[in-house]
Design a protein around this ligand. Structure first.
Ligand SMILES: *[C@@H]1O[C@H](CO)[C@@H](O)[C@H](O)[C@H]1NC(C)=O
Length: 293
């Protein structure tokens, strides 16, 4: 048995047995090495999926589905927009790689030329002096129709699909830049009539498209997520709760209103101070009525 075993490997001759054993060893070493490399690449891509890999995976998953007959306002193809539910209280969704790097750069280029200090909507009886320091970013409004490159139009289309709220309900994009130390204290995007007076229309949802990475700080924060920290003594400058790190091209959608139209108190959010780097973000506020923008 031993001999036969030897023959199987060495072909019966000990003089050619050694090279074969050597090549087998080399083969298994290389197989192991490349196998590991493949595996570790997969690990990495789990953290931040490569768009191409993701597409392939989705293609596989959806190949068995054929598009249905569609209505005259529908589309003849299937589309996938990956998202993660970050929270139900408030309803918040994360969209990795919602926009391309090229799109983000194109938006920043257009906004740079017309930045001005960001403004605040004042409550009844509130003065600008009282709200100093609440919102320290610079920004500008750009509507998709002003953007001759078509980038904002494409983004607006995709946001409309992700929310199923028509483009006509969106305000113009508010493109913001936060430099080191700049922030936006936690606030609501919706306007409580008790504080702001009667409203002709209300902000239902907000879509934030991060246009840059930020080295440190600049997270979007939801301090009241799942009812946490909701005591009257809460310090609105605190960056505690659910935090979303800005990364170029990623989107964040959250709803400020419940489906019955009342304000979701857990939708309070802010922008933590930038500690290192610079934060660029394009915000689209979506209303319950058609807007003029
Ligand atoms: C609206 O909906 C929320 C969430 O379901 C609920 O907590 C609240 O009581 C409702 N308010 C009214 C006025 O119906």
């Amino acid at each position: 048995m031993k001999n036969r075993g030897g023959r199987l490997i060495g072909g019966g001759s000990s003089s050619i047995g050694l090279p074969i054993v050597f090549f087998l060893c080399l083969f298994f070493f290389l197989a192991g090495f490349f196998g590991f490399t493949l595996f570790s690449q997969q690990e990495e891509s789990n953290l931040r999926p490569e768009p191409r890999l993701l597409e392939l995976e989705e293609e596989k998953e959806y190949r068995k589905f054929e598009p249905l007959e569609h209505g005259s306002t529908g589309e003849g193809f299937l589309t996938t927009i990956p998202f993660q539910v970050l929270s139900w209280k408030p309803r918040a969704l994360y969209f990795p790689n919602f926009a391309t790097a090229h799109q983000c750069e194109g938006i920043i280029e257009q906004a740079k030329k017309r930045l001005a200090p960001s403004l605040l909507m004042l409550r009844k009886g509130e003065t600008e002096e009282q709200t100093k320091g609440t919102r320290t970013s610079s920004g500008t409004f750009i509507s998709a129709s002003e953007d001759k490159t078509g980038i904002l139009g494409a983004i607006e289309d995709k946001i409309a699909k992700a929310t199923m709220i028509p483009r006509s309900h969106g305000e113009a994009f508010n493109v913001l830049r936060y430099e080191i130390g700049q922030r936006y204290l936690s606030h609501y995007d919706s306007f409580d009539p008790a504080e702001y007076g009667p409203q002709k229309s209300q902000r239902v949802a907000s879509f934030l498209l991060y246009l840059s990475d930020v080295d440190e700080g600049g997270e979007t924060v939801f301090p009241f997520e799942d009812g946490q920290n909701m005591d009257p003594s809460f310090d609105f400058s605190k960056c505690i709760g659910l935090k979303v790190k800005p990364r170029r091209g990623d989107g964040l959608l959250f709803y400020s209103l419940f489906t019955n139209g009342t304000i979701d108190k857990t939708s309070l959010h802010g922008s933590c101070p930038v500690i290192r780097g610079q934060k660029w973000v394009a915000t689209k506020w979506i209303r319950d009525q058609v807007t003029e923008d």
